[in-house]
Design a protein around this ligand. Sequence first.
Ligand SMILES: Cc1cc2nc3c(=O)[nH]c(=O)nc-3n(C[C@H](O)[C@H](O)[C@H](O)COP(=O)(O)OP(=O)(O)OC[C@H]3O[C@@H](n4cnc5c(N)ncnc54)[C@H](O)[C@@H]3O)c2cc1C
Length: 403
Amino acid sequence: MSPFAPSDKQAALVALAARLGRENFAPRAAQYDRDASFPFENYADLRAARLTALCVPERYGGLGADFTTYCLVSAELGRWCGATALTFNMHVSSTLWMGALADDLDMSAVERARHDRHRALHYRRIVEDGALYAQPFSEGGPAAAGRAPFGTLARRVEGGWRLTGRKIFASLAGAADYYGVLCTEDKPDATMADTLYLAVPSTAPGVAVEGEWDPLGMRGTVSRNLVFNDAFVADDAALMPPGVYHQAARRWPHMFLTLAPTYMGIAQAAYDFTVAYLRGEVSGVAVKRRMYPTKQIAVAQMFVMLEQTRALFLRAIGEARCDPSKEERLRAYAAQYTIMENANDLCRLAIRTCGGQAMLRSLPLERLYRDSRCGSLMLPWTAELCLDRLGRETLYEPGERDA
Ligand SMILES: Cc1cc2nc3c(=O)[nH]c(=O)nc-3n(C[C@H](O)[C@H](O)[C@H](O)COP(=O)(O)OP(=O)(O)OC[C@H]3O[C@@H](n4cnc5c(N)ncnc54)[C@H](O)[C@@H]3O)c2cc1C
């Protein structure tokens, strides 16, 4: 189903996200932002609406949404609370990657049967126990950019693994029930192909949350550091079989596009705010300014930028699949770059257009502006690295070298 013409199921899920966002998440967003605290109440609502099982396949008791549907729902959540949408991404992507995405990848029959048993356990925890999963990958080195093996090591022991290492910027730190950790099997000459993807229980001995969390934006994500000190995880903790994450990163590149919908939602929110403000509909500053030609031109330019961004977003999420063509892969980088940079640009234009009263902390625009700045920093597809990949991959075919 094309994202340009959503199915009835997609439209219903987006409407559900819109209702929760407008009625519950938007009114709470300022408080979570001010306190840099995790939006637990929003997650109670998401659980009650079964949206935490959005991409859990129906045969495991979930809503069975695919990649495109997830992106549409996530963009709607981002319109109302960026931190909720971004953390929702970490959780839901975990379910999507071990589900529909893993189904597309090569595994032996034995591996696939074992993976089916493991994911049934993870899905049961989410559907029946309301568990939340995080994705702490970043370590402050080149690994999260896809340039080196992860420094967090997993040592094989009887019945499972023992993990030692440190992750930075772990969204949902202290809030998730399981941390989906990317780590490297501790063996001589390990490479990126030896990456393991293991769900570590947050309560396991040897797991600790540490460090301050007082950032510019996305404050409700509570992305503190995690330390693993010989923490034990059982064999069934695997979210993917050994080596399959590495395969996914090469063959299913759109898996890294799942952060972008949050910022598509923020871009929409900045535009929505500007229209309401200029029409005199924002409470507290109910002065109409829509009659000035300068404002009309400014909002017209914002609309053009928003629709350019959305067009690329919808096209790219509709093209997500295993082994995409070169053009589809390049377009995914272009979409990520455009959404992340334009979201911040639209917020900047919104503040300039609406004026001084609009950037007071009593209104949501300054939070949108701060939250939007974070999008370009998300590895492995930061704005810089998207340009880096585009520059190289447009000019070189795989394996090509200069003399
Ligand atoms: C609000 C927020 C939430 C986050 N949540 C999570 C999370 O849940 N899980 C998670 O794993 N991470 C998370 N991150 C971390 C994020 O994905 C990045 O890892 C982090 O922002 C990188 O910070 P750094 O200072 O270590 O960047 P560096 O690695 O120092 O990179 C700085 C910049 O240099 C460029 N760069 C990096 N590596 C290379 C290279 N090899 N070649 C060329 N250029 C390069 C990139 O453009 C990058 O933006 C979050 C970040 C933020 C801001």
